[in-house]
Each structure stands twice: as C-alpha cells, then as structure tokens.
Design a protein. Structure first.
Length: 441
C-alpha cells in the first residue's frame, strides 16, 4: 500500500465501522504499490509537496472504487467527506483545502501513463500472489474481447497530419462484432454490434472470475492475434500461472488452428474453443484418413458405417492418449452391446486412434464429442460476467475518456482494484466474498 507518514487516524474497530470505506481500506492495505510511489517521489525530489504523491494516488484509487465518472466528481466527494480525505492521507488540519485542484490530477495521471509498465507490474504481482494463495487459481482460464466505446464521435476520415493535443480522439477506430445464436430448429439469429473506440482483450480465471491478463487495442484489432500475444505475454510474465493452467476457454471467434497448436504443443494447455463450420464444399462428414467406413463431422463427432447395412452410428469416445497424441474411439456395437450384422467384416476391431494433427481445430486433447468438453465450456461465461462488472461497477458504460493511453491506464486500475480486493479478502479469510466489489462485507 502507499503508506502515509502520519499518525494512525482510526483504530481497527473504528475502521471496521466505516462501512463503505472498508473497500478502500482493503485496497490500500494490500496493493503492492511501494515501487511506484518511490519512483514518483524521486521525480518530485525536494519540490513543493502541497499535495503528497501517496495521498493523490490513494484518492485516484478511491475514485475507481466508488465509481466516480470524472475527476470533478471525485473532488466534490473529497471536499464533502472528511473521513475519505483522511483515509487517503490528506492533511486533516487543512480541511477542504487539502483536496488537490483538477490540474494536479491531470499532471499526476500523465505521470502514471508514463509509468504504465510499473502499474502493470503490480497487476502481475497480484496475479502471482493469488496463484499462491488459491491452489486452483489459474487452472481454468477464459478469454474474450470487450467493446469499450470512446468518449468521442466516430470520425469519418482522419486527417493526414493531426498534432495530438490530449483532447481529440486519434487512437480509436470502428469495431464490429456479429453475435450468432442457433435456435433449436437449426435456424440462426444474428445481431451486428458496431462501436467507435477500443477493445479490451481479457483473460480471466473461470473459477473465481478474476482477471489474469489483458491488453487494450483499437476496436478493429483481431481477437485471435491478440490471443496469441496474450499467451506469449503470460508465458513470459506469469510462467507459474501458465504451468498451472489446464484449459483455455473461448467462443468461436477464437477458432484458429494455430492457436490450438500453440496452446497444446507449447504450453500443454487444452483448448476448449467453440468451432465454426469452415467446410465450404457442403459435405456433412469427411472420411478419416486410412479408413473406409469411419467419418467425422466438423464438430468432432466420429461415426462408423456398418459394412453390410451401411447404417451409421456414433462411435464411443475412449479417451485421450497423451503419450501418443491421439483420441481413441471404440466400436459402438462392442462397447454398448449392440447388434451389428457387419461386425465380422469391419476393420474396427478394438478402437480407432485419431491423431490430433488430423485436424487440430476439430480434434483437440479434450474431445469435442465428450461430456467433459460441454461441461467445461459452460464455464466460459465467467469472462462475460467480469466484462459486465467492468461496465456496471467500474463505469465503462458512461465515461469521459479519450485516447488509448488514458483508456489503458483506466482499465489497468479497474482490474487492479478487482484483484487487490479479492486478495485482501483471501488474506482476511473471507474467500466467500471474493467477487464482491460494492459490498463492505
């Protein structure tokens, strides 16, 4: 935490009775921000210290926690709330005069943007600490992209040379996402969403619904390319988390053969990614290499045909053989005790082994045709709930932010607060309240 060099203002019992300020106390006591504070104080050196670095930093965190949409909103609350000023570290003897003017916050935020690497390092340290504190943290990860609109109208065309002035939006662009829902009768419903702004690419722990890695790009950036970048980033900065990870969940927007190969071959992570029908020839099934009566569809279901009656049956999934890199499927007649007139003539005596390299998109270490795949894929909705909290609790639906650097800092601070509140509750043995962001309990 950003330690304030002043007498303790409240005893533990009094802090517990502060109600809504409990959330700020939880963040300030558990955030590993000392390196950032010392760096900012070194820059100030012996300059005027009317508005202490640590107090201003703590008040910015308070603005994130208490959902203030602007600096002016935060300043009004600081002037009104003496307890909040004291908890942030402002001199209680100065009263309202201790609240910094708007230009102080503007300069301070610029200094934070110049130290984005230090802020992200705090994020990584919190992830590592949660990995130690929670044995199953990081085992099941989910990834998705979130649309974040800029506080600017979408420009029709960009001038060739526009000097950045900190006000105009020069970084955002137009993004589009098509949502497809398949009905029970097989028909599809589509909705196209367009926005001008940015896209937050977010990896979360699907069990605890907490962020693990992220990046912010203009809205048009490819989700698949950012997924590759995030995995490489995690392997470099969070190696222990990557080693613990067993599954990565994603919707069909991340359906990419190279991504499947990277996850399994390089990191031993099983991809659980929904699939698109990329077969343009209109075929329902394709022959399995080396077999005349075994076929599969684009969703990974394997079938065999009876050599005598040509009746098609789904084969019984027999598991993944890691040492061979193959999926095993058994004869349905022998496995289920069914009658098959062509059993004696069939080449499938015991099992069919399908190497993953037959098609890495279709044949994955966790077979798409298995019950386990469907069960684990349901956990993907965790990332959608995290995205929803960013909108509802941290105010990304209504904001006044323009520019990639400002938005990146704002996203980083929101995700930091989410992590540090969870870590604080773990340390205080309140794991049942891990996901609460607006409650003091």
């Amino acid at each position: 935490m950003a330690i304030i060099p002043q007498p303790r203002l409240f005893g533990w019992e009094e802090i517990e009775q502060l109600g809504d300020l409990e959330r700020l106390r939880l963040v300030l006591e558990n955030l590993p921000d000392e390196e950032l504070m010392r760096d900012l104080e070194r820059e100030r050196k012996k300059g005027r210290d009317d508005y202490p670095v640590r107090a201003v930093w703590n008040s910015i965190l308070a603005g994130i926690i208490y959902q203030h949409p602007s600096i002016e909103s935060l300043r009004r609350e600081l002037k009104r709330n003496g307890q909040l000023r004291q908890l942030c570290g402002f001199d209680p003897a100065r009263g309202e005069k201790a609240v910094p003017p708007a230009w102080v916050y503007s300069r301070f935020l610029k200094k934070l943007m110049a130290r984005q690497a230090l802020v992200e390092a705090m994020f990584n340290r919190l992830v590592e600490e949660l990995t130690k504190q929670l044995p199953d943290f990081g085992q099941v990860l989910a990834i998705d992209g979130k649309a974040i609109a800029s506080f600017a109208r979408g420009r029709k065309r960009q001038a060739a040379k526009v000097k950045p002035d900190g006000r105009r939006e020069l970084d955002a662009d137009w993004g589009q996402k098509t949502l497809r829902v398949e009905r029970e009768d097989g028909s599809t419903w589509e909705k196209v969403v367009r926005w001008f702004g940015f896209k937050l690419h977010l990896v979360v722990d699907a069990t605890y619904e907490l962020p693990v890695a992220f990046s912010l790009t203009p809205a048009s950036a490819s989700e698949v390319k950012q997924a590759h970048r995030l995995i490489d980033q995690m392997a470099e900065q969070l190696p222990h988390t990557v080693q613990k990870c067993e599954y990565l969940l994603a919707d069909r927007g991340y359906d990419d053969g190279k991504l499947h190969t990277k996850l399994w071959d390089e990191h031993a992570i099983k991809p659980v990614i929904d699939i698109r029908n990329m077969w343009r020839d209109g075929e329902e099934t394709k022959l399995l290499t080396g077999w005349a009566n075994v076929v599969y569809d684009y969703k990974g279901q394997v079938y065999c045909y009876c050599p005598q009656t040509a009746r098609r049956r789904p084969m019984a999934y027999g598991g993944f053989e890691k040492d061979r890199g193959t999926l095993k499927y058994r004869c349905p007649a022998r496995h289920y005790g069914l009658s098959c007139l062509g059993m004696d003539r069939c080449r499938v005596k015991g099992a069919v082994r399908i190497p993953l390299k037959e098609d890495p998109r279709i044949f994955t270490p966790l077979a798409r045709s298995s019950y386990a795949w469907k069960s684990i894929y349901k956990k993907r909705t965790a990332v959608e709930r995290v995205n929803s909290r960013l909108d509802r609790v941290f105010g990304f639906e209504e904001h006044y932010i323009r520019g990639l650097k400002k938005m990146t800092l704002r996203c980083t601070l929101a995700l930091l607060v989410m992590l540090v509140m969870a870590l604080g509750r773990v340390r205080e043995k309140k794991v049942q309240n891990l996901r609460r962001l607006v409650s003091a309990a």
